[in-house]
Write a protein that binds this ligand. Sequence first.
Ligand code: GDP
Length: 195
Amino acid sequence: MKVTNAEFVISAVGPSGYPQDALPEIALAGRSNVGKSSLINKMINRKNLARTSSTPGKTQHLNYYRINNELYFVDLPGYGYAKVSKTQRQVWGAMIEKYLLERETLRLIILVIDLRHPPSKDDEMMYDWLKHYDSPVCIVATKADKIPRSRWQKHIKIIKEALVMRGGDKLIMFSSETGIGKDELWAHIAGFTHP
Ligand code: GDP
């Protein structure tokens, strides 16, 4: 997709803050610092629309980005940040859960993981939870530029096995540095926004 317009719309903490125009939504989940903001910026050709390298866990809201007046990226709060209190984590959990279970315009969840490392326990839990509810998920393994191509298959295998990937979910290699995977991810998203 050629992105001609991308804008930050709103930070929402619950349904009253969600946009009302019924455009399809693509949610992005992943642990703090995995590279989610960089991925969003790369996808929409912007250096800094989504905040990068902010204090991990600081982004506590659902951040809506409208793209070409066609769809939203919804950046979910990063998980797995140790310094956040248990109560705070429960508040986020409830907010994210409510969004993922009840948002009718949600089409696809992109789970961003780091190609360099095996999925974390939080990544595994997130994927299991989504699959329990039969949500369509796409795994995006980012920071692919940090691993030589000759070793990609080894890392892909570890990820697929650890997550027990199922239901025909796709895994896409990505790099916010080089743009690897960008076209493939847009093509995949289009299958959910223009079915
Ligand atoms: P977020 O907390 O998930 O939004 O993560 P950020 O997008 O802020 O990225 C965290 C750090 O990883 C930053 O220092 C980024 O520059 C770096 N980073 C993110 N994506 C990539 C990538 O694809 N390749 C490389 N080499 N570094 C990346």
